[in-house]
Design a protein around this ligand. Structure first.
Ligand SMILES: C[S@@+](CC[C@H](N)C(=O)[O-])C[C@H]1O[C@@H](n2cnc3c(N)ncnc32)[C@H](O)[C@@H]1O
Length: 405
């Protein structure tokens, strides 16, 4: 390093900026232990003689009366470099360092480009080294095939093959098997925003509930939710997540096709009862009997509590909903027609239906939503509001249609 009077330290730092040590966790300015009025500015290369430095820098050092100082020796290794720095060093020239990844509990999820794929093992290992022990599993999205359950095809590229994750989601902790269900951390704000608009006394039907993010957050706000999903792995996570978050008495889960759920729920809230009833399809509070989590849940749930949850569920099933959530943006609209009968209820429920659009202008989006809903409902949607949720591709947005049935 270079030792200067303390008063000249800032000048040297400014003039010699490109040569000053810049490593995270290392201070570039240190005390000069041989003279308390002086400071040592560490440079980014090992220095034996000042003559090793470029002449322009030597002049700067001369101008501020700087002297060579050999008292500091710093070893900078793998552990001091960021993921980006290490991968920049390790990947062949021309291969871009992956720019982002999604963290889901202990798991990191990458979406590598074809040219990065041959290097996936090294990329995964660096992420594990740098982000561990919090991160134990690194996966890559294997291909682009869209499945009904909207879960992503994963390839393990480093670490443990353990896809059972736990995420903190607002005030809720949710657990699920990331390889089997749909999960998108980027919907967090939307989950919280919509759930916080519900309150005590309200009954919500969530037709495409996934592992229960809307349902658990809404129940935490005091609402009761009938949460349905066609994917058995998602539906069976709902009662466990409800229990884990202390809202088992207000979240009831079903594993039906959304149309079948609506058919049974309509019959149930209109006083019907049969083998095909909604209650017959209700999942037990410890739905996934095989999992450790379920065994724990079963032990912590006394028989009396089970009975009172069951009574609360039956009461909720007998009521018409105040809100209906439909988050299957590619085809939610197709299910709106199944809700038509709800418009005869004395208090008409509000539907919250997510959809995609390629249109940019607000008036065009409103016209598109009106047309789509009009053909599903066979009348004009009442009190329709169209709101942008997020951009999902360069010219594709996720929208929320809110309207009264
Ligand atoms: C986009 S995800 C939304 C999940 C959850 N609401 C969330 O925000 O994370 C859509 C969900 O709909 C479920 N699904 C797909 N088709 C369905 C159907 N016909 N009936 C019921 N659920 C369905 C999928 O399994 C998936 O969990």
């Amino acid at each position: 390093g270079v030792s200067v009077e303390a008063a000249d330290c800032a000048t040297l730092m400014r003039l010699a900026r490109p040569h000053v040590l810049r490593e995270r966790g290392f201070k570039a300015v240190r005390p000069d232990t041989t003279d308390s009025r002086r400071r040592v500015v560490l440079l980014n290369s090992e220095l034996q003689e000042l003559t090793q430095l470029p002449s322009a820098l030597r002049r700067v050092i001369d101008d501020v009366g700087g002297e060579l100082h050999r008292g500091y020796h710093i070893d900078i290794g793998y552990e001091h470099h960021s993921v980006h720095e290490v991968l920049q060093e390790l990947l062949p020239a021309g291969i871009e360092v992956p720019s982002g990844f999604e963290s889901v509990g202990h798991l990191v999820h990458l979406n590598l480009r074809p040219e990065q794929l041959p290097h996936r093992e090294i990329i995964g290992q660096v992420l594990l080294d740098k982000l561990g022990p919090k991160v134990r599993t690194v996966v890559n999205k294997a291909h682009n095939i869209e499945s009904t359950f909207r879960n992503l095809p994963l390839e393990l590229i480093a670490g443990e093959q353990d896809y059972e994750v736990e995420v903190q989601h607002g005030a809720a902790k949710l657990r699920f098997d990331y390889s089997k269900v749909y999960w998108n951390s980027r919907l967090h704000t939307e989950h919280e925003r919509l759930a916080s608009s519900f309150g005590p006394g309200e009954l919500v039907w969530d037709l495409f509930a996934g592992v229960g993010p809307f349902a658990v957050l809404a129940a935490q706000r005091g609402a009761t939710v009938l949460a349905n999903d066609l994917n058995p792995a998602a539906a069976s996570a709902i009662p466990l997540n409800a229990r884990q978050n202390g809202v088992a008495a207000r979240v009831h889960a079903y594993n039906l096709d959304a149309e079948e759920f609506v058919r049974r729920a309509l019959s149930s809230c209109s006083g019907g009862s049969s083998d095909q009833s909604l209650s017959a399809a209700r999942l037990p509070t410890d739905a996934d009997l095989g999992s450790d989590q379920a065994i724990l849940a079963r032990h912590s749930c006394a028989l009396g509590e089970e009975q009172s949850i069951s009574a609360a569920a039956a009461a909720a099933e007998a009521q018409p909903p105040s809100h209906i959530i439909m988050n299957l943006p590619a085809s939610s609209i197709r299910f709106v027609s199944a809700l038509r009968q709800l418009s005869v209820m004395p208090i008409k429920p509000v539907a919250h239906c997510y959809s995609f659009s390629n249109l940019a202008a607000a008036d065009e989006r409103l016209a598109e939503a009106t047309e789509r809903l009009c053909s599903a409902l066979q009348r004009l949607p009442a009190e329709l509001v169209v709101r942008e949720v997020r951009s999902v591709a360069p010219s594709k947005v996720m929208l929320l249609y809110t309207f009264r049935l």
